[in-house]
Design a protein around this ligand. Structure first.
Ligand code: PMP
Ligand code: GLN
Length: 379
C-alpha cells in the first residue's frame, strides 16, 4: 500500500539498542535505567492484582490516581487541576502526546516545535495533516530565540510543543521562557503542549518550571508527564496529561478510541506510591545528580567535551577532538568497536546538524557508568 509515512523508519532508540545488544556494548543509547524501581511499587502492583483489580479501569483513569496527581500538582506547581475533568491517565506520555496532537491539529494547521525535538511529535503531526515549523536551537545552551520564534507564528499556527527538562539537550526552561512564550502567543489562538516527563529530574537551583505554574498559559496548555521516568519503570507505560476541562474533553475523545483505558493494577499501585512515598520524587534530583557528577568526573580525563546538564538523565558529549566521522557513523563505530552505545544528536533535527555531539544516558548503575567511562577515556 502507499505509505502514509513514507520517510519514516525504525526509531534510533530501537536501532541503537539492537546494535548494542548484537555487539554486547554497554548501552547508554535508549533512555532507560539498568536498575529496578521501588520495591514498594512492585509490591503494591502484586497486591492489587491479588485483590482482583484486573478489569477495565475507567476511561479517564482510576480515581485514586487522578486525585493523587491533582494533589501532587497542587503541592509542586501551585495549581490544583480538577481530578475528574482535567486529569487523564494515558498509556505512557507517548499516548498523551499523540492524543493531544490528534485532538488539536487539523489539516493545514501549523505546529511550532524546537529542534532537537523528541521523535514522536513529527509523525503525529504529519498524520493529522499538520505542518511543522521548527526553530533549531544551538549548542551549548540550546536557548530559544524569542525574536525568531515570533516570526514562525501565523494565523495558521494552532499549537506550540515544548519539552522541559529537555531530551536530548538536558537544558531546562525558566519562568522567563514561559513569560516570553505567553507574550508571543497571548493575542493569538494558539495552544501549548508541554512535555514535562522529566519534571522530577531537574538539577536547576530554581527547580522545574511547569507550564501549569503560569496562570494564563495553563488555560491553553496540555501538560504531559510519565511515571516511567520518575519510578525507574519505563516498561510500565503509564503517563498522564493535565489540561482545562474543555481541552481535556477533546483529548479524551481521542484517548477513548486509541486505548480507552490504562492498566488497572499499575494505576492503583502508582496512586499508593504517590500518596505514601512522596519523598521518592523529592529525592530524585539528588539521586540522579550523584550519577551525573560521577560520570562527568570520570569523563574529565577523556577527550570528550561534556556540555552542561541541568535536567533529564542524558548528557551531551562533543567528540570533535576524537573523530571526524559524522555523528551517526561515530555512534555506530563507538558501539561496534569501543563497546559503548550512544545516540547521535542529528536525528533530533529536521535540517542537517553539523555539530559532533552524542547523547549518553546516565540512568545506570555506578559500575555501568564506570565501565563505560573507562572505555570512553581510552579514546
Ligand atoms: N517525551 C520525552 C521527551 C521522552 O524522553 C519520552 C521517553 N523517552 C517520552 C516523551 C515518552 O514517555 P513514555 O515512555 O511514558 O511514553
Ligand atoms: N524516550 C527514550 C529516549 O529518549 C526512548 C523511548 C523509546 O525508545 N521510544 O531514549
Amino acid at each position: 500500500p502507499e505509505s502514509k509515512l513514507p520517510a519514516l523508519g525504525t526509531t534510533i532508540f530501537t536501532q541503537m539498542s539492537a546494535l548494542a545488544q548484537a555487539h554486547q556494548a554497554i548501552n547508554l543509547s535508549q533512555g532507560f535505567p539498568d536498575f529496578d524501581g521501588p520495591r514498594f511499587l512492585q509490591e503494591r502492583l502484586a497486591y492489587h492484582v491479588a485483590q482482583g483489580a484486573n478489569q477495565y479501569a475507567p476511561m479517564t483513569g482510576v480515581a485514586p490516581l487522578r486525585e493523587a496527581i491533582a494533589d501532587k500538582t497542587a503541592a509542586l506547581y501551585g495549581y490544583r487541576p480538577d481530578a475528574d475533568t482535567e486529569v487523564t491517565v494515558t498509556a505512557g506520555a507517548t499516548e498523551a502526546l499523540y492524543a493531544a496532537i490528534t485532538a488539536l491539529v487539523r489539516p493545514g494547521d501549523e505546529v511550532v516545535c524546537f529542534d532537537p525535538s523528541y521523535d514522536s511529535y513529527a509523525p503525529a503531526i504529519q498524520l493529522a495533516g499538520g505542518v511543522l515549523k521548527r526553530q533549531a536551537l544551538q549548542p551549548p545552551h540550546f536557548r530559544v530565540d524569542w525574536a525568531h520564534f515570533a516570526t514562525l507564528l501565523s494565523d495558521k499556527t494552532r499549537l506550540v510543543i515544548l519539552n522541559t527538562p529537555h531530551n536530548p539537550s538536558a537544558t531546562v526552561w525558566q519562568q522567563a521562557d514561559f513569560a516570553a512564550l505567553w507574550q508571543a502567543i497571548a493575542a493569538r489562538n494558539i495552544f501549548v503542549l508541554s512535555d514535562e516527563v522529566y519534571e522530577h529530574i531537574c538539577f536547576a537551583p530554581e527547580g522545574h518550571a511547569s507550564v501549569l505554574s503560569h496562570p494564563q498559559l495553563r488555560e491553553r496548555a496540555i501538560a504531559v508527564s510519565s511515571f516511567g521516568k520518575t519510578y525507574h519503570m519505563t516498561g510500565w507505560k503509564v503517563g498522564y496529561c493535565i489540561a482545562p476541562a474543555a481541552l481535556s474533553a477533546e483529548v479524551r475523545k481521542v484517548h477513548q478510541y486509541l486505548t480507552f483505558s490504562v492498566n488497572t493494577p499499575a494505576q492503583l499501585a502508582l496512586a499508593d506510591m504517590l500518596r505514601e512515598q512522596p519523598e521518592h520524587y523529592r529525592e530524585l534530583p539528588a539521586f540522579y545528580r550523584a550519577r551525573r557528577d560521577r560520570f562527568v568526573q570520570a569523563l574529565a580525563a577523556s577527550r570528550f567535551e561534556i556540555l552542561p546538564c541541568e535536567g533529564t538523565y542524558f548528557l551531551l558529549a562533543d567528540y570533535s577532538a576524537i573523530s571526524d566521522l559524522d555523528d551517526v557513523s561515530f555512534c555506530r563505530w563507538l558501539t561496534t568497536e569501543i563497546g559503548v552505545a550512544a545516540i547521535p544528536l542529528s536525528v533530533f533535527f529536521a535540517d542537517p546538524f553539523p555539530h559532533k555531539l552524542i547523547r549518553l544516558c546516565f540512568a545506570k548503575q555506578e559500575a555501568t557508568l564506570d565501565a563505560a567511562a573507562a572505555r570512553l577515556v581510552s579514546l
